[in-house]
Write a protein that binds this ligand. Structure first.
Ligand code: TRP
Length: 474
């Protein structure tokens, strides 16, 4: 295995313990744990990268259109509920496996569960591949919108423009550009690529979001947007499709269920406090999603475009919002450009984590060098994404399958793995922890509550996805 200078220099910042972890790793050269495994350069770097993974199109595009489609605050409340009840335990489970095994997902699962569990790791990598294939397409649209907004403004009619941007060769071309940037960042490595970008990008994204939300609050008619967003329709919230969507959204938004957080944690030093990191990442992610609603809905309603939202299609953000920005004149162009730039940033730092899962698996399992793995995996994903680039129905279906089946199923498997299979998860999670009892509760949740909830959710998502598949084929 190649020993590079970057990771060792990175590890030096972490002090004695990290160096020790590396030395321990070298005694354990089998199964892919490299003697010089790369590491984050600091706790902040890891947190920003993990939040960067979580915060993305899911928080803005996916969250807003689902909140619109699934009836507002009831959906939001259920999404928060699943974030806490299922998201937190599964996030801690992924971080525990990753940090403990110090390997990519396939080898990490085999390390704790035996070779049969490699299969789950392979499913994770496939899920990452599938998600990134269409995520990169949407990322390409955001890239195009942000460049256009800065140079030309927002063309109208927005619906027609979206049609041009979002399918066919245009869509494929912007996807390729987006994927090329993603590949370049991942090729740069953990500390030198992913962490370095997240350190600049994430604070920038937060700043822009808060600024836009504050601006949106000053608009006449913003109240109608808040009313729509925060309206609690109890009857609507009780229906199962809302719960399924909310649970799927919790997984998607937190980047859970396919080993992305696991992979990021595999570059952590031993001494960090995983439970604290779990809480920080999850609430940062929820906070951004919630604030995205606070900016998107007032903007749209202030311009009287609320009725266009209720259909809640995947294009809503790319049609209604530009329409709103265009109607605001010069200021709309500034705000709109800032909005889409923030969206690109969020999308890139998320896409990077999706590609990293595939890449780290290739590094660990095949022994490829990072740059080669990033290039080959990234190009393969981009080619597969052509299908979604040319057909929005395929994109929509890929998203349903990936989220509601792969991620929810993957979350179920992780809960069972850590709850029942992995030896001494509590001991591993407790390394570096500052709290005691929390781990006992955690494992009880993983053993009973999370699987029970996810089986119900998974069962209804299978039926829903099946129906969607038939509709598309028929
Ligand atoms: N969480 C990201 C978002 O909200 C998307 C994402 C990145 C993701 N990595 C993931 C989703 C891993 C599921 C699994 O946009």
């Amino acid at each position: 295995m190649l020993v590079r200078v970057g990771p060792l220099r990175g590890a030096a910042h972490l002090g004695g313990d990290a160096t020790m972890a590396i030395v321990q790793g070298s005694g354990d050269a089998q199964g892919g744990a490299s003697a010089a495994r790369e590491q984050w350069q600091s706790r902040w770097g890891f947190l920003l990268a993990a939040v960067g993974s979580a915060v993305g199109l899911g928080n803005m595009w996916r969250f807003s259109y689902l909140a619109a489609e699934k009836g507002g605050a009831g959906f939001v409340a259920l999404y928060l509920f699943f974030t806490v009840l299922i998201g937190l335990p599964v996030m801690l489970a992924e971080l525990t496996i990753g940090r403990g095994a110090r390997r990519g997902p396939i080898s990490a699962l085999a390390h704790y569960g035996g070779p049969a569990w490699r299969a789950l790791g392979v499913v994770f990598v496939a899920a990452g591949f599938l998600i990134l294939s269409y995520y990169g397409v949407i990322g390409g649209w955001t890239l195009r919108y942000s460049v256009e907004a800065a140079l030309l403004g927002f063309p109208s009619p927005a619906g027609e423009h979206f049609g041009d941007v979002a399918s066919g060769w245009d869509s494929l071309a912007t996807q390729l550009v987006f994927m090329a940037i993603t590949i370049a960042i991942v090729a740069g490595g953990i500390g030198g690529g992913i962490e370095r970008v997240a350190r600049v990008a994430m604070p920038g994204l937060f700043f822009v979001m808060v600024a836009i939300a504050v601006y949106a609050a000053t608009l006449d008619g913003a109240g109608a947007g808040y009313a729509y967003y925060l309206n609690f329709d109890v009857a609507r919230a009780m229906s199962l499709d809302v719960a399924v969507a909310a649970a799927g959204q919790a997984f998607f938004s937190l980047s859970l269920g396919m080993g992305a957080m696991l992979t990021f944690a595999s570059y952590l030093p031993r001494e960090c406090d995983l439970a604290t990191e779990t809480v920080v990442i999850s609430f940062a992610d929820f906070g951004v999603a919630f604030s995205a609603g606070l900016m998107v809905f007032p903007l749209i309603f202030a311009l009287g475009m609320g009725d266009q939202l209720s259909e809640g299609t995947i294009g809503a953000l790319f049609v209604v919002l530009p329409e709103a920005f265009a109607a605001m004149g010069a200021i709309g162009r500034v705000v709109g450009a800032a909005f889409f730039v923030a969206l690109v940033i969020g999308a890139l730092t998320s896409a990077v984590s999706l590609l990293e899962v595939v890449v780290s698996a290739a590094i660990d399992a095949i022994g490829w060098e990072r740059r080669r793995a990033a290039l080959v995996a990234g190009v393969a994903v981009a080619l597969a994404g052509a299908w979604s680039a040319f057909d929005l129905d395929v994109l929509d279906l890929a998203d349903s399958i990936a989220t509601n089946l792969f991620l929810v199923g993957g979350g179920l498997a992780i809960a069972i793995f850590v709850g029942w299979v992995m030896p001494d998860p509590i001991g591993e999670a407790a390394v570096g922890a500052t709290r005691g009892r929390v781990h006992t509760i955690w494992r009880a949740l993983l053993r009973y509550v999370v699987p029970a909830a996810l089986v119900v959710i998974l069962w209804s998502s299978v039926q829903e996805t099946w129906a969607k598949l038939w509709a598309l084929l028929g």
